[in-house]
Design a protein around this ligand. Sequence first.
Ligand code: ATP
Ligand code: MG
Length: 780
Amino acid sequence: MADHTPVLPLKNVVVFPHLTVPLAVGRPGSLAAVESALAHAASPETATLLCVAQHADDQEQPGPDDLYEVGTLVTVRRLDRGEDGAQVLVQGADRVRLQDCQWNGEFLESDYSLLPLPTGEGPEIDALIRENHGLAADIARIIDPRNGDQMFQQLVMAVRDPLARHYRMASLASLPVATQQALLEADTLLDVLQRMHDVLGHELQVNRLRREIADKASRDIEQHQREALLRQQKQTIEEALGDGEADELEELRQQLDAASLPEGARKEADRELRRLGRTSSQSPDYQMTRSYLELLAELPWTHTTEDNLDLDHARAVLDEDHYGLEDIKDRILEFLAVMQLNPEARAPILCLVGPPGVGKTSLGQSIARAIGRRFERLALGGMHDEAELRGHRRTYIGAMPGRVLQALRRAEVANPLLMLDEVDKLGRDFRGDPSAALMEILDPAQNSEFRDNYLNLPFDLSRVFFITTANGLDTIPRPLLDRMEVIRLPGYAEDEKLNIARRYLLPRQISQAGLKPAQLPLDDQVLVQIIRRYTREAGVRELERALARIARKAARKVLGESTLQPPTADTLADWLGPERFFPEAARRTQQPGVAAGLAWTDSGGEVLFVETSWIPREDKLTLTGQLGDVMQESARTARSWLWSAATSLGLDRQALVDQGVHVHVPAGAVPKDGPSAGITLVTALASLCSGRPVRPDLAMTGEITLSGLVLPVGGIKEKLLAAHRAGMRTVLLPRDNASELKELPETVRDALEIILVERIDTVLEHACGLTRTAHDCATT
Ligand SMILES: Nc1ncnc2c1ncn2[C@@H]1O[C@H](COP(=O)(O)OP(=O)(O)OP(=O)(O)O)[C@@H](O)[C@H]1O
Ligand SMILES: [Mg+2]
């Protein structure tokens, strides 16, 4: 039995095992449950929740008795926060029975026991499966005679496992929650199939009847009769609504007059207005045309805000919102200076790149505030469809303008600062390539005549100030990247985080919780403890979340009876739960054969341990830990170099011939590739061969050549920040990277002893005291 897992109560929906489902999370208790799950997970991939349906959908704060007893254990795939609530993407894992569900003051949590997934086999089961597929396919065809078959294949038959497939059908069928719940509670596959058979049979009948009624109605009324009837209806309706309609038209006309449309748009508007006058307000066309005209009237064709290019003011605003980031603020001020001197110059397209939580999005907001532009944000992450950016033609039912025009309409001015978040996560598939549309949107030569499919008129985007953000540059198409000015935000050192927390995050969280600063004094020691023991990140998002938790708890204590004792270094665990990170380097490298390397990913720098051990000769060189090709080659190179240098290092070369070596790089989900682990691999192997452990507080990075040279690598700043975070004292770096050290915050430079190396020999000497004899050096 597992204990105290947060519970997410659900209205009107059941999450089935195997399925991935987006859920809207609005209620505070639900949001707190999701956040707690994320905060307590060792990594985001392992955050778990219990999704349980509630009996009644009008219970806003359900208690344990308002929930069903059987629910689904899910992993949290993603949490997206929006203005009104959040969306969480969960993947169903197991069926569970809740035990001892309780309200802990913030959200529901419960123990649970696992229920096995329903299984079974035999001819009856096979027959039912086939029968159910037939029924479901029939329903799909009735609902949509043209595409039903294809949809059924794509949505249902693409799922391999029969149980999962039936769960998928159930989730598509919009069934009452009690029926869904009964399906979830069914313990055998046979039971699931029989229940689905009943459901599908019923749905088929209902849909058939519906179709018959519709067909009959249209057949019964003869054509001319029908027309007469319609005409009469139209007349009656027009008489009843006549004035209202005319008013509406007049109002639209006035709005359009006020919108100062460019000539082409004005003509189109007049044409559509005339059409609207001829159309009955009951017809679907009427609504469509009206929405279109409303868009024309509401789009900011000419209205702009005036820029405030006063550099002192801009500097003051940027400083007010963000600590540090001096280089970046300087570059932004340079752009503003250029815009001031040459008003004709186009605003640059900035691309802010850096790990999560370093302030990219909030910096964009701050720039908008500094120069007095409206701010709008557009999330590109996961966008696959070109039409999302560029809109659908009006001939499509339910067509809408693309997200770019929608953002401009919201902004109400033609020159907002438009933040395109997560350009590196743009998708691309059969529905079209949104990056092509984006290229046009960002291209100064084309975007003054941007054409949205829905609007079908050119709209001038050249006045928009575009800022994009990304975690990494690798996935951004080259031509797109070429149009942007890249600004890197590398992540924060500990003392920078301390300052950010003290001056920005903590005051904000305290006021959001409705407290006064004096009610929750936290001294630096406590903040540092939170940074070291409860977060391990390049940015400050987890830190902000931890502070938010403390502030919420404090608010509750202030309301309750208990007097508020602010957290101290010793009582932190009562506020944030057990510590999540420990200084591990010393423990890891006690043994010979282990060395600490530094890696660089989209989420910042990372300390990676390379472990080696002897294995039987037949297994030669075994590599595990999901290493990429380049890293595997580095491992081979490392072994070859060591073999050739073994004798001169006083190592037993024969050992490398007689035995195989296993190289493992733990740290679960971090993608590991690139050549920068080269010297770490050699060091780990040399330590294994010599039996000498590597100095525990030492980390390194550098590519190697077969002849023993150390070549420069990327991401130096991020890597050094990570080494510092992990409590390392000494770092070995390629000499050719020396010039990048000046970008390092002083505190980090002072805390780390940085040794620049040119040859592997120097690495081994520092790492485990191995030296080569001068004579041998010359000959090998
Ligand atoms: N230098 C700073 N000074 C003050 N606050 C900061 C600073 N850097 C980040 N923050 C705060 O940290 C939080 C996270 O920042 P933000 O959401 O902008 O991160 P991001 O870089 O956009 O991350 P992601 O890549 O995940 O979108 C915000 O509340 C932001 O105000
Ligand atoms: Mg962001």
